[in-house]
Design a protein around this ligand. Sequence first.
Ligand code: ATP
Length: 375
Amino acid sequence: MNSQATPTDADCQVSHEAPVLAMHHIRHTYGQHQAVEDVSLYVEQGEVVCLLGPSGCGKTTLLRIVAGLEAVQEGGVDLGGRPIGRPGKPHVPPEKRNVGLAFQDSALFPHLSVLDNVAFGLESLPGKQRRARAMELLEQLGMQAYAKSYPHTLSGGQQQRVALARALAPAPSLMLLDEPFSSLDARLRDRIRDDTLHVLKRVGAGALLVTHDPEEAMFMADRIALMRDGQIVQMGTPLELYCAPRDPFVVTFFGEVNEMAGEVQGGQVKTPVGNVPVNDIADGSPVRVLIRPEALKVVTLDEPLAEHHSHVVMAKLLGRSSLVHICAHDADGWESHLHARVPGVFLPEEGQPVLIQLDPSQVFVFPAEGATAGA
Ligand code: ATP
């Protein structure tokens, strides 16, 4: 199946093994407000799919519908090929869905030890096996030493690990995670999301994870559904979204860009740092040109070039990369202020003459707002 396409009902029916989750044409309103508008997606066994998007775009609503915390108003939800959510049909409650829930504020039971918290959902197993299974999950998340502790004695990150262990213990076929790392500080967040990714892959559960952080989505996801205003704007692998974005919103959501207006002439558009080929937009069309800072290669020069001369305005070290502010001129005297991101420490002096080379794979050209594409 083309990973970029949203599945049709037929797609889901013909697959050899039903996806662990399939959502078909979901719509959801709160009063007059349309929170989700015709969303279809699927999650395969062992696959991590991220719902990514700005605040209020409908990510949590979708997750709550899958969890059974919101009734399906329009469309359908299938778990493992079994229809469990249809408007007007009896509601299957969250605890009967075999899904694991890990939310940002997943509260542990304060009166139970860590081990008993994790064993809580395993009442179908005999006592010894329950404890063994709970301990196994605690070990996977590096929390075995805290089995006898009580939640109030744990840090936020430790509590989050226990909550994940508790959600994973009954071996759900699908994990639903809503911003599970957002209350943690940056260093702890990196560690816990790394652990979570490895545990999810080891246990082979499908996962639907909500985040508004594009880096987190790229770190965790096999596929990303980028949402805006209740709809999926683009669905695909991190590589597809980053390197073949469907519209300017997708480009800018993944980070800062240099943006300029232009016009297509002879199958290309002129920018102060060189011409960019344009394939599918007619000559004479106004366009938006988006250049990622890492598309600009900065070469220092002893002397400014006679034409196309550019110089450094300032340079800042950001840690893993340096951000270089550049004043670029083209032969017609068109001047623009651009940001270039260069790996490692690269801190040229103010006024340093430079040559800018463009990596066309990180430059994106779209019809200007209101204009139509097509040659
Ligand atoms: P965030 O990242 O801020 O959590 P989100 O993408 O998860 O946002 P949702 O929480 O799904 O978005 O909300 C989608 C829209 O529906 C928002 O405009 C929100 O204000 C609205 N909404 C969500 N829950 C309710 C509710 N219970 N009653 C009324 N409106 C709601």
